[in-house]
Design a protein around this ligand. Structure first.
Ligand SMILES: [Zn+2]
Length: 429
C-alpha cells in the first residue's frame, strides 16, 4: 500500500534560528528551504501528489507565486520539488485537479485537454481526471437513484464521468509511462460503484475515490466494499485525501493500492491535542500535545486582550520569555518538571483567561491543559526519536510556535507514520 503525500508547499528552513526566532542569514525562499524528503534521512512517503488547485494558474491563483508557477511548468514537478526518480526510486508523481478548491463553482475550471497538458509539462507519472465534488452521502437505509438526486448532484456526477471519458482519450498522448486515473464521485456506495464500473469500461485500470474526506470510516468501508464487489479484480484503487490514517487495516482489507494524505503534517498544528506523534511499545500510534508558547507580539488573542486592557504587552512578553526559558532548561536537565510547567501554565492562563467562565470551569480547563503538558514534558518523547527533526531541534519541535517549529513537528510525524506504515506492510504481506 503506497502512501502519497499531498504537498501544499510544506517546507522548512534548515538554518532557522530558534533562539532568535528568525530564518537563516540570506535565506532565499524555496531555494534554501527543505521539503520533508530532503530534510529527513529517508523520504517519509512513496510519492507526492500535486494539485492544480495548489499550483494555481493565471485565472485561479493557488499557493505558488507567479515565478514559482512558471518554474514549475518549465522544469517539471520532480525538479521543482527536488524529488528526482534516481534518488527516490520507485516513487510516483501524482497529479489531480484539487476539486475542493473549486467546489462552489457550477463546473470545474479545468478540462480534459488542459489537465493532460498540465501533467505532460509536469512530468507526472500518474494523473487524475478532472472531477467535481459531491457532498451528499446517503445513509445506509436510503438508496437514491440518479433520477432521485437534486439537479446539482446529478450534474456533478455526469460532469465527472464525462471528463473522465475525455481525459482517458487525451491522456493517450502522454505515452505508456503515464497512468491515467479515473476519479469516482457519487452520493452513495451504490452510485460510486456504478461510476467505477463506467470508468473501468472506459479503459481505466486505476481508479481514484474522491469526496470521502467528510466520511466516517464505516462509510468509507461501505464504499470500498461496494466498489470491490462491482469492479474487475485487476482494477487498482487509490483513496484521495484519506485522513483516517489509524484505519490502515480497512484499506488493506479491500486491497487499496494507494492513498494520499497530509494528515500527519497538518495535525501537528491543526489538531487541538494530537500534535506530536509517537508509537507505543505495541506499535500503535500515540500522541502528545504540543506546548503552546506563541509569540506575544504576533498573537491575535493577546492583541485583543491588550486592546481590552486585560493584559499588557510587557507582562505577556515576560511570561512568554519565562515559559520558553524554563522549557529549554527543563529539556537540558537544569529545571525540574513542576516549575517548568508552572511557567508554561502562567502564560497559557494569561492567554486563555476567560472572563465569562465560572471559577470552576476555569480551574477545570487549567487542570486539563496542565495534565496534557505534564505528559508531553514528562515523557520527553523527543529524546526517544531518531529522526533529524528531533536530533537537531530536540524540545523545540514540541513547542507550538512559528511555522518552522510547527512544520518540523509535522515532518517528524511523517517520519513516525511512515515507520508505522512500513511495519504494517511487512505484517500484512
Ligand atoms: Zn522525531
Amino acid at each position: 500500500m503506497r502512501f502519497v503525500f499531498a504537498d501544499s508547499v510544506d517546507t522548512i528552513d534548515p538554518e532557522y534560528d530558534f533562539i532568535e526566532d528568525r530564518n537563516g542569514k540570506g535565506r532565499a525562499v524555496h531555494r534554501d528551504d527543505a521539503y520533508p524528503h530532503e530534510f529527513l534521512d529517508q523520504a517519509p512517503y512513496d510519492g507526492i501528489l500535486v494539485s492544480r488547485g495548489i499550483v494555481g494558474d493565471i485565472g485561479h491563483p493557488g499557493k505558488y507565486s507567479e515565478a514559482q508557477l512558471m518554474r514549475f511548468r518549465r522544469e517539471g514537478a520532480r525538479r521543482f520539488l527536488r524529488y528526482p526518480l534516481d534518488r527516490f526510486p520507485g516513487s510516483i508523481m501524482l497529479g489531480d485537479c484539487g476539486a475542493f478548491s473549486y467546489r462552489n463553482l457550477p463546473e470545474p475550471p479545468y478540462h480534459a485537454d488542459d489537465t493532460a497538458e498540465f501533467y505532460a509539462d509536469g512530468g507526472f507519472t500518474h494523473g487524475c481526471s478532472p472531477d467535481h465534488l459531491i457532498f451528499d452521502f446517503d445513509d445506509i437505509s436510503v438508496t437514491r437513484r440518479l433520477s432521485d438526486v437534486p439537479e446539482d448532484v446529478r450534474s456533478r456526477y455526469e460532469i465527472t464521468l464525462q471528463n473522465a471519458s475525455e481525459f482517458h482519450k487525451a491522456a493517450k498522448a502522454l505515452g505508456p509511462q503515464f497512468t491515467p486515473m479515473g476519479v469516482i464521485q457519487g452520493w452513495s456506495a451504490e452510485s460510486m460503484a456504478q461510476a467505477a464500473c463506467n470508468l473501468a469500461d472506459m479503459g481505466y485500470d486505476y481508479l481514484a475515490i474522491g469526496g470521502t474526506v467528510p466520511l466516517r470510516i464505516e462509510q468509507i468501508s461501505r464504499v470500498l466494499s461496494a466498489l470491490r464487489d462491482a469492479i474487475p479484480e485487476h482494477v487498482r484503487l487509490h483513496l484521495l485525501g484519506f485522513g483516517k490514517i489509524e484505519e490502515l487495516a480497512v484499506l488493506d482489507r479491500f486491497k487499496v493500492t494507494s492513498f494520499d494524505t497530509t494528515s500527519p503534517l497538518l495535525r501537528a498544528f491543526k489538531d487541538a491535542r494530537k500534535n506530536y506523534w509517537a508509537r507505543t511499545p505495541g506499535g500503535d500510534l500515540s500522541y502528545y500535545t504540543a506546548i503552546r508558547i506563541p509569540q506575544a507580539t504576533q498573537n491575535n488573542k493577546l492583541k485583543q486582550k491588550a486592546l481590552e486592557g486585560s493584559l499588557n504587552q510587557e507582562d505577556a512578553r515576560r511570561l512568554e520569555d519565562a515559559a520558553l526559558r524554563h522549557v529549554r532548561a527543563y529539556a537540558d536537565g537544569n529545571v525540574a518538571l513542576e516549575p517548568a510547567l508552572d511557567s508554561v501554565m502562567d502564560y497559557w492562563a494569561a492567554l486563555n483567561w476567560d472572563e465569562e467562565a465560572s471559577p470552576g470551569r476555569r480551574a477545570d480547563a487549567v487542570k486539563r491543559q496542565r495534565k496534557a503538558y505534564a505528559q508531553t514534558l514528562g515523557d520527553r518523547p523527543w529524546d526517544n526519536c531518531s529522526c533529524r527533526v528531533c536530533r537537531e531541534s530536540g524540545v523545540e519541535a514540541v513547542i507550538f510556535r512559528t511555522s518552522n517549529r510547527n512544520k518540523r513537528r509535522g515532518i517528524h510525524n511523517l517520519h513516525v507514520f511512515h515507520t508505522h506504515l512500513s511495519e504494517f506492510r511487512q505484517e500484512t504481506v
